[in-house]
Design a binder for this molecule. Structure first.
Ligand SMILES: [Zn+2]
Length: 151
C-alpha cells in the first residue's frame, strides 16, 4: 500500500471532522505498513485548542505501542502540520511526515516556518509534500461554508 492509499485513509478522517463542524484535518500513523492510529481534528468537540489531528494520532500511537517514541513510524496528514504539531513530531522521534495540502498561513514545515529542518534539533523528521487535490478541496469547501455561516 502506497502513500496515496494512506493519504486517502487520512482524508476519510478529515471528512469525519468536516461532518462534525471541525476544521477538516485527518491524520494516521503507519508502522511497517500497518495503520496504528487514526484521528481527526477535535478542537470543538474536546474544547481543547491542542486537539489537532496529529496530536491525537501521536497520543493514540504511543498508547498502543506503549512507548513515548515513534521511531520507524510515518504520519500521513491531510494538511501541513502547524508549528505545535511539527515540534510534537520532533519530540515523538517519528521518522517521516507526509502531507497532502499546504497551509500557507500556519504551516510549520515549509509554508511559514521550517521546524523540521531546524539544524539545532536533535531529531530530524523527514517530510514530503504529496499533493492531493481532494484534501485542499475539502478545506476550501469547509471555509466557504464557514464564511457563509452554513456551519
Ligand atoms: Zn497542529
Amino acid at each position: 500500500m502506497g502513500k496515496e492509499y494512506f493519504l486517502k485513509v487520512a482524508l476519510r478522517e478529515a471528512k469525519r471532522a468536516f461532518e462534525k463542524g471541525e476544521v477538516p484535518v485527518g491524520a494516521i500513523i503507519v508502522k511497517e505498513g500497518e495503520i496504528i492510529s487514526k484521528a481527526h481534528n477535535s478542537v470543538e468537540e474536546l474544547k481543547d485548542p491542542t486537539a489537532h489531528a496529529e496530536m491525537l494520532a501521536i497520543k493514540e500511537a504511543c498508547r498502543r505501542l506503549n512507548t513515548k517514541y515513534l521511531e520507524g513510524c510515518e504520519l500521513y496528514v491531510t494538511l501541513e502540520p502547524c508549528i505545535m504539531c511539527s515540534y510534537a513530531l520532533v519530540l515523538s522521534r517519528i521518522e517521516k511526515v507526509i502531507f497532502s495540502a499546504l497551509d500557507k498561513k500556519h504551516g510549520g514545515v515549509v509554508s511559514v516556518f521550517n521546524i523540521l529542518d531546524e539544524p539545532t534539533l536533535n531529531h530530524r523528521v523527514k517530510w514530503e509534500y504529496y499533493p492531493l487535490e481532494e484534501a485542499s478541496e475539502l478545506l476550501s469547501e469547509f471555509f466557504k461554508k464557514l464564511r457563509n455561516n452554513i456551519i
